[in-house]
Every structure is written in structure tokens, then in C-alpha cells.
Design a protein around this ligand. Sequence first.
Ligand SMILES: Cc1cc2nc3c(=O)[nH]c(=O)nc-3n(C[C@H](O)[C@H](O)[C@H](O)COP(=O)(O)OP(=O)(O)OC[C@H]3O[C@@H](n4cnc5c(N)ncnc54)[C@H](O)[C@@H]3O)c2cc1C
Length: 503
Amino acid sequence: MVVVSMNSNIVIIGCGISGITAARKLVSSGFNNVRILEASARSGGRIKTARLGNNVVEIGANWIHGPSEENPVFSLARKYGLLDPEALTPENQAMDVAGHPPWTPKIFCSSGRKLNAEDLYPAEELFAELLKECSEFHSQGGEPCASVGEFLRTEVQRRAAERWKDIDATTRSLRLCMISGLLKLECGVNGTHSMDEVGPGAYGLYKTLPGLDCTFPGGYEGLIKNMMSELPSGLVSYNRPVRCVHWSNSEKRENPIVVECDDGERIAADHVIVTVPLGYLKKHRSTLFRPPLPLHKLHSIQRLGFGTNNKIFVEFDSPWWDADCDIICLVWEDEDVLVDQVPDVQRPWIKKLFGFTVLKPTERYGHVLCGWIAGHESEYMETLSEQEVTQAITQLIRRFTGNPVITPRRILRSQWFHDPWTHGSYSYLGKGCSAQDLENMVEPLPTKGSQSQPLQVLFAGEATHPSFFSTVHGALLTGWREADRLISHYSSVSPSQPATSKL
Ligand SMILES: Cc1cc2nc3c(=O)[nH]c(=O)nc-3n(C[C@H](O)[C@H](O)[C@H](O)COP(=O)(O)OP(=O)(O)OC[C@H]3O[C@@H](n4cnc5c(N)ncnc54)[C@H](O)[C@@H]3O)c2cc1C
């Protein structure tokens, strides 16, 4: 028997965008016992805006990827008036950049010389061609190699030998060094240590939306603040980490679930929506649930990847880059063997930093660059003092510009790997992953066929979206999905109490 009541106790674990959207949808559909338990002292999770001096910078999510009608983050941000006018234009929404915005790059080499965007073009073109081929493997039903990294390296060498055979050795070598830089960039995009850890079979499951990526002039957290203001006050309990979700595989009737918090509080619930990041789930998978998760779910949690991508914001008194430059790529001239990881992460860890994006417009941000560094090198960087990171960045910039006096005014970096509630940045599809792993992540507990009360534990969060994993819009949609699952469950058992969404 199902308890038919809009008074059902629903506990949501985590107050990131997926938890907030699930709560909003449930509350606006008439559920009046919804509660969010959040481990940290704030809402937003991986949406986190900070200040570097007077500048607004994003420690977590940066862009709305694919800001167009289909993207619910775009629609909400537009509704709240949080976007610049350019982002709202039909032209901006119609631009299909397939995840790679048309930025103007400037290339700096480790010898201190500067190259033009055209010098990068052949390397960029070859790399883009190969990534496109990778994204088609899943629909062709085969994995032609063990990892995306292996495919990229093998094919770059093969095609470069064919296509660039008449080009002088120095230029050919430089192009291969540039491709090493692009591999590091791709590690950041995927949130992985190395492209050798990314599965070729599922790589193409990630989907992009039309629209030229845009930012929030006042900070991404403005979205969270607006959404939170529409929730009843007191709905979120902060500093309330959940230690264990006790659910039931047997035929118990009411309140089969007990949510046990770190402080010892035990909360009875009819349904729990778990939105903790995959990094947290990987680390605590064997203690977070009693009884433990079914084996197929555990295996998928292990197989799916969750890596680190960090940012290092660097502010300068004046720019040393050109005004039209959107992105600064660093090319190490000793990397023509196609590497995306350093042999010993502790020593030249900075070699993993592929380059910087320029924060624009200057009137808003001043002279600030955002360096991007992924993988274990990035995790190691988190353990260093701010002074050590500043020193490494200063040496790097002086070497690549050939200018021995450039000195940053200050830096600010993210440390997502050492965040105890996240343990990394975002998810990717690791080697051996398939769409089934994402389906396993989504599947509620108890699983189908059980005689115990249905829909006790539901799963949301970016790592549970079948094609928009690793994004804010993906996370948002999973919150709606799980709220809808409960709404339609109660609508079907209680037709007199239709649970229609107002969102
Ligand atoms: C550096 C970086 C850059 C990014 N850039 C972009 C971007 O440009 N565009 C984009 O679309 N996406 C980006 N993302 C990804 C995006 O931020 C996430 O996909 C999205 O915010 C995830 O939302 P979520 O609700 O799934 O998880 P989260 O926001 O992580 O929320 C989960 C919540 O659960 C809480 N929690 C964890 N454990 C417990 C526990 N035991 N008990 C209670 N609470 C717990 C956490 O504190 C957290 O608040 C980026 C992420 C990072 C880290």
C-alpha cells in the first residue's frame, strides 16, 4: 500500500541546483513537508561566486552552456533579468558552436616567442576532426580503441605523418606540441586527469545545445539567490551533513526511511532525493546507504569518472595580452610526443595548465586571467600555499612572455578536490562506460520487482543526466525529473489530488 498524501515527508540531500529545483517543483505542486539537508553553510554547491578584489569571479560553474530556449538555466536567468542584452539576442541563441566557442586565441611558447592564431589552425583543425569522430563511436556501436586519449594520439601521429609530410620538421614538431596543449585543454573540459581515462564508446553521449555560451554579469550565484527566495524560509537546514540513509528492502509500511545526520539526528522520511556529487558518492558509497546499494549501481558509480578541473584567477595592474585576445594558449616546445600529463605531478605540475581565458569586458573585470588546470597536477596544486602557486604562475608567465618583470597583483584559486562535499569537479564517462551506467545511476530504490514501499530513495544531480552530465542545466533537469517522478506517483495513486507543476 502506498501512503497517499501531499503531507509525505520528503528529504532532499544537498542544496545545489538539482536539490533546489526538486524542492521548488515539489513545494509548488502542493507537497508541504519538503526539507533540504545541506552539509555546508551555503546553497549553490558547485555554483559559487567569489570576489577577487572588486571583481566578481566564479569558483565553480562559469557559463550557461548553450543559452537558448531549450536550456532551462537560460530561461530562468532571463526571467530573473540576470543576463547581458547580447545573450538574449536571437542571433546569440541561434549560434551553434558545438561546445567550442569561437574565441580568438593567442599562442605563447615556452621559449618566449609568440605565434598567431593561424599558426595554431592546422593543429586545431586536426584535433577537432578527431574529437568529432570520437563522438560518433557510440552510434556506430563500437570502441575502436581503449580510450579517447589512445585514439587521439594514434590518429594524430598517423594523420600528421601523412598530411604534414612536406612541412619542415620544426613546424611539424610545434604543431604536435600544440596538440599536447589541446589534449590538456580537453582534460579540463571533460574534468579528467588524462584523456586516456575517457571511454570512447560513450564519449558521444554528451550533447550540446545551440547558443553562444554566456556568463552572469553579477555572478552565477544570483540565480541561486533568486530561486531560493521563492522557497519557504526554513526549508533548508545548513551545516547538516547526512551520514547514512537507512532504507528498506522489506515490506514495512510507514516511514521506512531514516536519514541519519552526522550530528546524530535521525529524520524519518517517506522519500529521500539524493543529490550529492558523484565524487562524494564514490568516496562514501559503502557507508552512505543501509542496506548497501545494489551491485549494479555500485559498479556504475565506480565506472563513471569524476575528476578535477580547477581555476587560478590572476589579476594584473595592466594587461600584457592584446585587447582582442579571448584565450591564451601555452605551448611547451618539448611536448611533441603528445602528452596530457606530467611524469611526476609534484615537480612541473604547472605544465598541466593549458592556458588562460581572459575575463571580459575589461570595464567589468579589470585585468584578470583565469588559468585552467585539470587532473592530479591540479589536485597537487590545491595542497600548495597561495604564495607557492603565485610564484609558479609568475615564473610561468615570465618564461612564456620573455618579460622578466611581469608580476601578478593577486591570485585566487578553486580547490574542488579537497572540498569534502564534492571531491572533484564534475563527471565524465570513463573507460568501459555506457548509457546503461547513467540509467543505473538514475534508478530509484528499491529497484523494480521489490515488494517494499516504492520510490524510497531517488537520485538526482549532474551525474544522473543521460546527456547533459557535468553541466548546470543537466543538474537542474534531474531535480525536475525526480520531483516529477514523485508528483506522478502521487497523481496516479490519488487522482482526487492532482499534483500539477506551476513551474
Ligand atoms: C570548476 C567548475 C567549473 C564548472 N563550469 C561549468 C560551466 O561553465 N557550466 C556548467 O553548466 N557547469 C559547470 N560546472 C558544473 C556545474 O557546476 C555542476 O554540474 C552543477 O552545479 C552540479 O549541481 P548539483 O546539484 O548536481 O551538485 P552540487 O552543486 O555539487 O550540489 C550538491 C550538494 O550536496 C551537498 N552535499 C554533499 N554531501 C552531502 C551530505 N553528506 N549531506 C548533505 N549534503 C551534502 C554539497 O555540499 C552540495 O551543496 C562546473 C563545475 C566546476 C567545479
